[in-house]
Design a protein around this ligand. Structure first.
Ligand code: FES
Length: 126
């Protein structure tokens, strides 16, 4: 992940929009993102589109007990720790930096132009 000064911080929401134990989908700099507010207060932010067939992950199942995000379309699963693929394991979600400033939630958009919507290999070749 980039150092803080390698990103452009974008205001996305307030803590009123995303309570602990909830998720929020939003658009940041032209890309869908999924913000996860963990019980306890920590925030995570991932690409919002499934790497399989670009279905919104916010429409899937978010299980805070197991820390697993399950896509609604074909039940691919991802860890909300770091976005790694759990099933299948050969793909992952792009993870954004995210922080709070007072009540405001900000997402860090990388300035290096790298791809922020990762796809599964089979989809890249399609
Ligand atoms: S589109 Fe998400 S699992 Fe197929």
């Amino acid at each position: 992940m980039s150092a803080e000064d390698d990103v452009k911080w974008v205001e996305v929401a307030t803590l009123d929009d995303i309570w602990e134990g909830d998720v929020l989908d939003a658009e940041v700099d032209g890309e869908e993102v999924l913000i996860v507010h963990l019980p306890g207060g920590e925030l995570r932010c991932f690409q919002g589109m499934c790497p399989h067939q670009e279905i919104l992950l916010a429409d899937g199942q978010i299980d805070f007990e197991t820390g697993v995000i399950t896509c609604s379309a074909h039940e691919w699963q991802f860890s909300m720790d770091d976005g790694r693929g759990l099933n299948p394991k050969d793909c992952r979600l792009f993870q954004y930096q995210v922080k709070k400033e007072g009540e405001t939630v900000l997402v860090g958009v990388p300035l290096d132009g790298r791809l922020r919507r990762l796809r599964h290999r089979a989809q890249q070749d399609a």
